[in-house]
Design a protein around this ligand. Structure first.
Ligand code: GDP
Length: 298
């Protein structure tokens, strides 16, 4: 929880600070509610989530006869937690071996970094891990994964010759032969402006399914928390092509906004399996709605 608080320090200073200022006022009035609305919008909560929060707050003010802004703050933190709770669904690796996780995202979202963090995290949980360097378009991405794998004693299946389908196929076969618990299959990133070019990644998904008929067991989309409402477009585009089953929301430490999770919850709800709160290998945490909301306000 301390690490999360440190990771969210920018959002805490900005959003948390503004909210605390509002809630220190003398009374609840229209002006306060309007400023609350613009504060939430500026924090990337999006119109839907902001509207929902405001409507619920106003209803509670009436129903529970709330008078002090401190009570309003309490109500807001309860509502935020209620809104984010459905996103808190831990990834359960129990039912498949190997458990095949396909990982997608636009370039720069933090895909490669997150794969390293995930491998370390799963190893820490006692699982053996194998990486499939399926981002065959960027030699640098492959090199990065291989270096990382060598340093951490994780096998990386890669190919010079660039057929992502073949890499994934090899990796799943190798994992099966060696009794590996988790396969992390990287896929080629794309530019955020190429969201319509999804045929190639949809094909990788089909190949995984051919190699492992019950899989992929998880399709993780890596999302940068800094991109505001574009996050919604990305979730929808990838979901349409590859049936996203979970999200890794990265760089929450790098943003002062942090409201993107609220927007996701209202506009394109998907389990947030993990959040990234730093560049370090340990800066990845399972998402907890309660911890997240208290880190914002404490
Ligand atoms: P990819 O193109 O999606 O594979 O992105 P990379 O994994 O190469 O990451 C792009 C940049 O984002 C790198 O500089 C990473 O260190 C950085 N990054 C990734 N995740 C996080 C995070 O949670 N917090 C911060 N501050 N930086 C991150």
């Amino acid at each position: 929880a301390e690490r999360l608080k440190a990771g969210l320090s920018k959002t805490r200073a900005n959003l948390g600070g503004k909210l605390s200022g509002l809630f220190r006022r003398a009374r609840i009035d229209d002006e306060l509610l309007e400023e609350l609305e613009s504060t939430l919008l500026m924090a990337d909560c999006g119109v839907d989530a902001t509207q929902w929060l405001l409507d619920e707050l106003k209803a509670r003010v009436k129903r529970d006869k709330l008078e002090s802004p401190a009570q309003l703050q309490q109500a807001l933190s309860e509502l935020l937690e209620q809104m984010l709770q459905p996103l808190e669904q831990a990834l359960d690796l129990a039912h498949h071996r190997p458990f095949v996780i396909m990982i997608a995202g636009v370039n720069g979202a933090g895909k490669t970094t997150s794969i390293g963090k995930l491998a370390k995290y799963f190893q820490g949980q006692g699982h053996s891990v194998l990486l499939a360097a399926g981002d065959t378009f960027r030699a640098a991405a492959r090199e990065q994964l291989m270096t990382w794998g060598e340093r951490n004693g994780v096998t990386v299946i890669a190919q010079e010759s660039g057929d992502p389908a073949a890499v994934v196929f090899d990796a799943i076969a190798a994992a099966r032969a060696r009794g590996i618990d988790v396969v992390l299959a990287d896929t080629a990133g794309r530019l955020p402006t190429q969201l319509h070019l999804m045929e190639e990644i949809a094909k990788v998904r089909r190949v995984i399914q051919k190699a492992e008929p019950s899989g992929p067991h998880e399709v993780l989309l890596v999302l940068d928390a800094n991109i505001g409402q574009n996050a919604i477009a990305q979730v929808k585009a990838f979901d349409k092509a590859i049936d996203v089953t979970g999200l890794v929301v990265t760089k929450l430490d790098g943003t002062a906004k942090g409201g993107v999770l609220a927007a996701i919850s209202r506009q394109c709800p998907k389990p947030v399996r993990f959040i990234g709160v730093g560049e370090g290998i340990d800066d990845l945490q399972p998402f907890s709605a309660g911890e997240f909301v208290s880190a914002l306000f404490e």
